[in-house]
Each structure stands twice: as C-alpha cells, then as structure tokens.
Write a protein that binds this ligand. Structure first.
Ligand SMILES: [Zn+2]
Ligand SMILES: [Zn+2]
Length: 473
C-alpha cells in the first residue's frame, strides 16, 4: 500500500523547490513579514529563497496602487452576462460543488436538544450535493453523545452524487489522518499525488467490484446496496446497477490526459484572456496579498499552503471531470416533497426543514436605495473618483453596497412574490428565531470592523443569502 508521508507532512518551509531544505517539516514557523504568504525554518532558508519569492512578494497584484486593466486603460469592462446571447457563459447553470456558503452544523446539539438529545437523530440531506454540511455535522457531534445519528443523503445529479460516494468511502476505508487530506484534495484540487490515486483504486475498486459482479447476474433487481461498518458507524449506499458500473470510471484518469494537458484545459477556463475583466473584478475585491494566492490557485488548482511543494501532485484528479447542469428546485417543490417528513411540533419541537436562498433576495431589489448604501460603503472603501462604468472603484463600491441593503424589506417582497401565504397548505410555517444558522449569515452587522467587511467582500458573497427554517404546525 502506498504511503503518504509527503501528503501528511508537507514541506512547509518554502525553500523547497530549488534546493530542498532539510528542516522541511513543522519547524517552519517564520513568516515573510511583508506578505505572510510563506514560512521558513530559518533565516538562511529565507535568504536563499528570496530571489524566487521576490517575484510573488513584489508581484504587481500586491501593489497598493494596482487597478484592474479596464480601469487603467479607461475602457468599458466586458463581463459575461447570462442574458447576453452573444457572450455564452461557460459556467451557466453549472453546479458549484465546492459550495457557495460556509458549511453548516445542522444539529447544533449543544444549543438545541443538549442533554435531552433523543437516542436517535435523523437528518435528510435532500437533493444536496454539498457533502461539507454532512462532514461538519458529524465532526461537531459532542463526544458525550452516545445515541444513533442517521444521515440520509440523496441527489438529483448522478455525476455529482458519485463524487460524494467516493468521498464517504474514503472516510470509511482510510485512517482519519489520511482520509481528511485525501478528501480535501479530491474535493478541491485539480491534481493529486499518483500515490493517492493508486491507493484509492486499490482500496475502493474491489468494494465496488463486489457489488457489480452479482448485479450482472441479476439484471432485474433495480437497486443494489453496499454496506460497510467501522467501529460504531455504518454506511449504506444504494444505487441502480448502471450507476455502480459508472462509479468505477470515476477512479480512472480519462485516457491520454496528462497533468500538462489537464493544466492547459484548466487554464482555458481559469485564466482565459476573454475573462480577464471578470478575473480582475474578483481580484479587486480582495486584500492585496490574497490576490497572489488567488492567481496561484487559478494557475495550479492545488489547495495547499502557498509555499508548500506541489511536486507530488502530478496526476489529474478524476473526480473533477464530473459536470452537471443545475436544476432549479423551487421552494414550493421542496416544501411539498419534504414537508410531510417533518414531525409536528407537538412530537418534536426541534424538527425543522432548512432552505437556503442564494439569489432570490437579490432579485427583489430595484435600485432605489443605492445612495444610502453607497454612503455606508464609503466608510470602508475610498469613494470612487467618478461614477463611470470604467471606474473600478465605483464598481467595487457597487459590489459592496449589497452588504448594506435593507434585507427585511426585500424579504417581505420575496415572501409576496413566492406566495408564501399559499404555502401554508403544506402545514408549514417559518420559524421566527433561527436555531442552527443565522438567517443572514453573510451580513456584516450594523457597524462592522474594517477587517470583517474586507473578508466578507473578498468572499464573493453578497450578504443577501438567506436561510429559512420551516417547522410543522
Ligand atoms: Zn528551510
Ligand atoms: Zn513575502
């Protein structure tokens, strides 16, 4: 079985590319005081590495005075719009399976059931492809809890759902210290070490094979299951026969796809010249040293600390070749399909259906409050010199203005537009007080600190993301 020494103990000392540093483990704790992007084990390593690091540390994006290209060239930026038929958006309708919001602990047991937690808890991840919420919920279960926690996850996109199956199989069949970094790289990184892929194939393919062989002889059984047990946990996967066969393909790198070709394909999207304005718009919302990290991740697609060696990451991650179109799951469908699964309040006062609205609230806004919002933005970012479309500072202020929008009013408008009154027929009502996640988790609050504001702006959120908790009357 391959070993993952380098994966588990990455060389943190950034002086590891040209002349590998002998102290390449946790001893590296002296950060470059200028950018804080890299750490070294000693002053010698820092000095030796400076000619290489200087290119990042003094990169043009780190300059306080850096502005997007369209701003300096004084031209109108071109952003791909979904509504513009002449500019097809290559991402249109594609699912962002990294998740667009921080992961949520769906139980928050301490704040809810606490000591009175029942012997069995049940959570359904309905039509969910974001496995991070499941991981977060399991990780936050209190050590004291000795009951059973049943989690059921289903999905409407087989391609994406397959990724989740591989990830839970990793969690079950690798020791935790190996499973965690493997899962992280399978989820986020475009390249993985070949030793990781070999280990995945060695451990997981035989398990899939065991299901596939009998399935081939019993073609009339609709669904086949795999059951695994580990310590007190058990895992049950049910899939139609053809999906089991397809699952094997997910552990194969597509033929003739080398790491170099994969990188070229990726760059056509992540660093496309035609997207330069979009990329610059994104970078301009970020603190200046973050920009270098963002560009590096766009270039190599590997989720590692900035200075860590990427040498071992030589194999395209087969899981990143899954694509799926997103389907709109309308709130009415969610409530009518899943509402009746909730226990009534009298039987379980904590039972709850959690829904996230990502874009719906934004769509309610008509523009009248912009002046008030921009006045509040001006406390955090210098006012733009002009209100021209070519002015990147004006655009940044507009992007930031959503954080100061009157969301109560917009939510009321949304409730009317989505006919919430009529939804009462499913016997559900909105819970006034949130119990697991704040209603508006990405709002900065009334008078946020500068740093809080900057982090939110750089996160790509709008502050208009709304969680709704429904309960059954
Ligand atoms: Zn060193
Ligand atoms: Zn530096």
């Amino acid at each position: 079985m391959p070993r993952f020494d380098k994966l588990l103990n990455p060389a943190f000392c950034a002086n590891n590319v040209n002349s590998p540093c002998p102290n390449n483990t946790s001893k590296a704790n002296k950060a470059c005081s200028r950018c804080l992007l890299v750490v070294y084990c000693s002053e010698e390593c820092q000095n030796e590495h400076w000619p290489t690091h200087e290119k990042d540390c003094k990169n043009i994006f780190t300059q306080e005075s850096w502005k997007p290209h369209w701003h300096t060239a004084d031209r109108v930026p071109t952003f791909r719009k979904e509504s513009d038929p002449y500019e097809p958006n290559t991402n249109k309708g594609k699912i962002s399976w990294w998740g667009s919001m921080p992961a949520v602990d769906l139980l928050k047991l301490d704040a809810n059931e606490g000591q009175d937690a029942p012997p069995k808890l049940s959570i359904l991840f309905a039509a969910s492809h974001d496995i991070r919420n499941m991981v977060e919920t399991i990780a936050r279960l209190p050590d004291m809890y000795s009951g059973q926690c049943e989690m059921v996850m289903n999905g409407i996109h087989p391609e994406i759902f397959t990724q989740n199956i591989i990830l839970v199989l990793v969690a079950f069949h690798f020791p935790p210290e190996e499973a965690a970094p493997i899962m992280i790289h399978l989820w986020y990184s475009a390249l993985i070490p070949s030793s990781v892929l070999a280990a995945l194939r060695a451990k997981i393919l035989p398990l899939i094979h065991e299901v596939c062989v009998p399935a081939d002889y019993e073609p009339y059984v609709p669904v086949y299951e795999m059951v695994c047990k580990k310590n007190k946990a058990s895992l049950c996967i049910e899939l139609p026969r053809e999906e089991w066969h397809r699952l094997r393909k997910y552990l194969e790198v597509p033929p003739r796809l080398s790491a170099t070709t994969a990188a070229e394909n990726r760059h056509e999207v992540t660093l496309a010249l035609s997207r330069k304005d979009e990329i610059h718009r994104f970078l301009y919302t970020q603190p200046r040293y973050w920009r270098v990290s963002s560009v590096k991740f766009r270039a190599d697609g590997i989720l590692l600390p900035f200075g860590c060696s990427r040498e071992e990451f030589d194999t395209p991650n087969p899981l990143t070749y899954a694509t799926a179109e997103s389907e709109i799951l309308r709130i009415e469908n969610v409530l009518s399909l899943f509402g009746h699964l909730l226990k009534p309040k009298i039987l379980n006062p904590k039972a709850m259906l959690l829904v996230l609205l990502v874009r719906d609230i934004e769509a309610m806004w008509t523009g009248e409050s912009i002046d008030t919002e921009l006045t509040r933005v001006a406390k955090y970012i210098p006012q733009a010199k002009s209100t021209s479309r070519n002015d990147a500072d004006y655009l940044k202020s507009l992007l930031a203005s959503t954080f100061f929008r009157d969301v109560t009013k917009l939510f009321d408008l949304y409730k009317k537009a989505a006919k919430f009154d009529a939804l009462a027929r499913y016997g559900l009502k909105i819970r006034e007080k949130s119990t697991v996640v704040p209603h508006w988790p990405m709002r900065p609050g009334k008078h946020p600190a500068q740093q809080v504001f900057e982090i939110l702006l750089a996160s790509g959120a709008t502050g208009l993301e709304r969680y709704i908790e429904w309960e059954r009357e």
